[in-house]
Design a protein around this ligand. Structure first.
Ligand code: DGL
Length: 278
């Protein structure tokens, strides 16, 4: 099992923030990333749709040999984490618990605001998880429609982005809020605009690093950390346009993604297994 890749998926580019944290912490692990760009935004989908999409992607990644799955999407975590854990034989890690834990250690006021998609907010996954983990954290969740589109359309560094973020966030932040959880993996890519609006007294918390630590700890406990010492390989799959994915991905991550392949859900252009194992 040690030598399979870690499978990571999101509705599009957002999960790259998690992939980057994994690549930094576990440089020898192979990573296979699936961005379901053709079906984004997940935040406007129903829970049933997200369960179906997540199941399809999980099967594809597991068939490609993934030894573990990281659901690098809050909306899919909210809708499908429990189902994937039940159905799959490999361990599955989501992004909600790690984000909340990071907020709990960063917050002094014990009040945190979580921003996410409509789907994530409606699911109440953050409130439920905070109560279950007994974090003593007052959690308020706010849906931020439009933020994901700014990222997927490559408009993060524009005055329009700051305006969209300001309109949404300015009224929300009370004096007691000292942490803002970026409860959508796309939002770290907007953190310049978000930071400008909320000010320096609010700590932005991303689940990416904490998720990577959870993955490492789990692999360590299972004895599944790779023993290879060469740099890990990265394969990127998208159901959207590979060139566009590669271009925006490089802009956000600051390095060329290299191997980006298309995957059409109707199966017309790319065979799943061949694409992943070629
Ligand atoms: N990045 C995803 C999340 O964390 C979903 C964004 C979307 O497609 O709406 O929720």
């Amino acid at each position: 099992m040690q030598d399979g890749p870690i499978g990571v998926f999101d509705s599009g580019l957002g999960g790259l923030t998690v992939l980057q944290a994994l690549a930094d912490l576990l440089p020898h692990e192979d990573l296979v990333y699936f961005g379901d760009t053709a079906r984004y935004p997940y935040g406007d989908r129903s829970a049933a749709e997200l369960r179906a999409f997540s199941g399809q992607i999980a099967d594809l990644l597991v068939d490609a040999g993934a030894k573990m799955l990281v659901v690098a999407c809050n909306s899919a975590t909210a809708a499908a984490l429990d189902l994937l854990r039940e159905r799959l034989d490999v361990p599955v890690v989501g992004v909600v618990e790690p984000g909340l834990r990071a907020a709990a250690s960063a917050s002094r006021s014990r009040r945190t605001v979580v921003i996410g998609t409509r789907m994530t907010a409606a699911s109440r996954v953050y409130e439920r998880t905070a109560a279950r983990l007994d974090l003593h954290l007052d959690v308020e969740v706010l849906a931020c429609p439009g933020f994901v589109e700014l990222v997927e359309e490559g408009r993060t560094d524009t005055p329009e982005a700051v305006q969209v973020v300001r309109d949404r966030l300015a009224p929300l932040l009370t004096a007691r809020t000292d942490t803002l959880v970026l409860g959508c993996t796309h939002y770290p890519l907007l953190s310049r605009a978000i930071g400008e609006v909320v000010g320096r007294h609010v700590t932005l918390v991303s689940s990416a690093d904490e998720t990577a630590f959870e993955v490492r700890d789990l692999l360590e406990r299972m004895g599944w950390l790779t023993r290879r010492i060469r740099p890990g390989e990265r394969v990127f799959l998208t159901s959207g346009m590979p060139d566009r994915f590669a271009e925006l991905g490089e802009r956000f991550l600051g390095f060329a993604l290299g191997d980006v392949r298309g995957h059409a859900w109707d199966g017309a252009t790319v065979d799943d297994r061949d694409a992943l194992t070629a």
